[in-house]
Structures are given as structure tokens and as C-alpha cells.
Design a protein around this ligand. Structure first.
Ligand code: NAP
Length: 297
């Protein structure tokens, strides 16, 4: 099987790439960077390409058996809808199965913060109708993708930790003095998932011919426990604060103020069995070799 993998140099993509190669698959690995020819190996071919320009690479795409999309362009304000939409538009010109990487933190949630592994089907019909300015644009993209004739599996990730390239310690909320923070007495939860378990779900999605939405997340970890474990790991302090404390950075409070609880029964039904419980951190990688540090090695 030959896999067209976007985001192959990123945190999620580089680990997924290694997992696919170890499983014996061929990978066409996308990055915007120029790659030296010796970065290619028997089963790995780097392709310099931009998400906005993938229609130039339709022939390469069509020579693959499946698209795995883990790339995401970011601005100061977060994820960039336009690049993702252009990429999905290009995918829709193929008949290939698509595995799309979603994000539980930008998924629609019920009033109690619980996110079901189901899509709402009252959104736009076409990618061109997606409201790129909406907070829920990614859910709109998911709905359109699930209506394509292609087989589409959407893997919505929780907060991923472990392994080379983890952003966990960079994106946790901090106070102005740099301490990691959580709200005093908060029982709010985040769905955490180790990168090795994420990779295992992508493999299951390939081999089980999965269709629909799948959550890569283990529910039930308190935000305060995540913040304290990350602080121990990073050698920083962790401080409990009251909501509204003026020393919190602007974006911190929004991140801390609600629970995100994700069901993962559909992922388990295709054979996914997450094995690593938070905070087994950076050291427990039973199936994934995290020794690779160079982006194109
Ligand atoms: N990390 C998490 O905890 C987490 C949690 C939930 C969801 N997710 C989702 O997982 C996906 C991947 O996240 P990540 O953490 O792996 O991000 P990342 O480490 O920042 O990697 C982003 C990747 O996207 C590529 N990319 C960015 N803009 C591009 C463009 N215009 N054209 C082509 N490639 C482009 C980058 O490649 P080059 O720079 O080499 O071109 C890089 O490989 C995102 O959809 C994210 O929302 C991640």
C-alpha cells in the first residue's frame, strides 16, 4: 500500500510516517521544505508541496492508495482554514480513501462538554460553502468530507503527548511569570492520548477500512493533573489560580474553563486499544521508535 501523507514533518505526521514505514507501507511524505535526495529511501519519497497547491500533484496522489492528512497551517490566531480547505478540495478530485486529522478541542460539544463520535449533517454541502471564519469550520469540513463518495475516516485527536516533537509543554496555559496554571478546585477534564496510541489508531483506520468519525482520546484526566505533570517534566512551577486572575494570559482562561470529554467507542470497535495512561510521559513508547530527531531522516 502506498500512502500520500501530508504533514509528514510535523509532530503527528512524523510519528505516523515512522509507524507506516515500519508496517511495510510505502509513503509519499509532504513538506514545504526542500529535501535532499538522500532523504528518500526505498519506501519513502519526500515531496515538496504546499497544501494550497496540491492540485499540481494530483497525478502523484492518484498513484497512491490512500490519503492521510495530518498537515495544518497555523497563524498567530490558530489553525488556518484556507489551506485546509484547498487541500480537501484537491483530495475530493480523487477516488482515494481519505484519513483526515480532526481536533477534539475545536469540535462541537454539548452543554456538558461531551463530544460524541458522530457528525451533524445539517452543515454546508460543499467545501466552497464552508464558513472559514466560523469557530466550527473544522466540523463543517468534516461534514462535507463525510458526504464525498470517497471512504473517509476522521480521526479527532485529543491532547497528544509523548515522543519527539510534542507541543504539550509549549501550549499549556501559563501565567505572565511563566508558571503553568490551572483553576483552583476545578474538576475539568481534558482527553489525553499518547502519540504511540495515536499511531496505533491510524494503523487500525488503514487496515480496518474505517469510515466515519473516530476519537483518539482517553477521557477522564483532570486538567490540574496534566498541568502538574507537565510542570514536573519541564522543571517549572504549577500554580492554582482563581478564574479571572489578572496575571493569567488572555488565552489561558478560555483553555481552562471547560471540560472536554470524548467518547471513543467507535475507535475501540475497530480494534483500537489505547495502552498508555496519562501521565506515563515521554518514556513509554512500546511500539514507536522515537529516536529519530531529524525531520527528514
Ligand atoms: N498535537 C496535538 O496535540 C494535536 C491535538 C489535536 C489535534 N491535532 C491536529 O493534528 C494535526 C497536526 O498537528 P501537529 O501537532 O502535528 O502540527 P505540527 O507539528 O505543527 O505540524 C504541522 C505540519 O503541517 C505542515 N504544514 C503546515 N502548513 C502547511 C502548508 N501550507 N502546506 C503543506 N504543509 C503544511 C508542516 O510541514 P512543513 O512545515 O514541513 O511544511 C508540518 O508537517 C492538526 O490538524 C492539529 O489540529 C494535534
Amino acid at each position: 500500500m502506498k500512502i500520500f501523507l501530508t504533514g509528514a514533518s510535523g509532530y503527528i505526521g512524523r510519528h505516523v510516517r515512522s509507524t507506516f514505514l515500519r508496517a511495510g507501507y510505502q509513503v509519499v511524505a509532504l513538506t514545504r521544505q526542500a529535501c535532499p535526495p538522500d532523504a528518500n529511501t526505498k519506501n519513502l519519497e519526500w515531496l515538496q508541496a504546499d497544501l494550497r497547491d496540491l492540485s499540481r500533484h494530483l497525478e502523484v496522489m492518484k498513484r497512491c492508495d490512500v490519503i492521510v492528512h495530518t498537515a495544518m497551517e497555523y497563524s498567530e490566531d490558530g489553525e488556518v482554514a484556507g489551506a485546509d480547505l484547498r487541500a480537501c478540495e484537491a483530495f475530493s478530485h480523487t477516488t482515494l480513501p481519505i484519513i483526515y486529522t480532526g481536533n477534539l478541542f475545536s469540535s462541537l460539544s454539548g452543554t456538558d462538554g461531551t463530544i460524541a463520535e458522530a457528525a451533524l449533517f445539517n452543515g454546508p454541502e460543499r467545501l466552497s460553502d464552508v464558513d472559514a471564519g466560523s469557530r466550527h469550520w473544522r466540523n463543517q469540513v468534516e461534514r462535507v468530507l463525510l458526504r464525498l463518495p470517497n471512504r473517509v475516516a476522521i480521526i479527532r485527536l485529543g491532547f497528544v503527548y509523548g515522543g519527539i516533537g510534542s507541543h504539550l509543554c509549549d501550549i499549556l496555559p501559563r501565567s505572565n511569570s511563566g508558571a503553568y496554571v490551572y483553576y483552583e478546585g476545578s474538576q475539568h477534564e481534558w482527553p489525553m492520548v499518547h502519540i504511540a496510541d495515536v499511531c496505533a489508531l491510524y494503523l487500525e483506520a488503514l487496515t480496518a477500512d474505517a469510515n466515519g468519525i473516530f476519537h483518539a482520546a482517553q477521557p477522564g484526566t483532570l486538567i490540574s493533573d496534566v498541568v502538574q505533570a507537565a510542570a514536573r517534566h519541564a522543571g517549572r512551577s504549577a500554580e492554582a489560580r482563581n478564574a479571572g486572575d489578572p496575571d493569567l494570559r488572555d488565552d489561558a482562561s478560555a483553555f481552562l474553563e471547560r471540560s472536554v470529554t470524548a467518547h471513543n467507542s467507535r475507535a475501540r470497535a475497530i480494534g483500537w486499544q489505547p495502552r498508555i495512561q496519562f501521565p506515563d510521559f515521554l518514556d513509554s513508547s512500546p511500539d514507536v521508535d522515537f529516536s529519530e530527531r531529524r525531520r527528514h531522516a
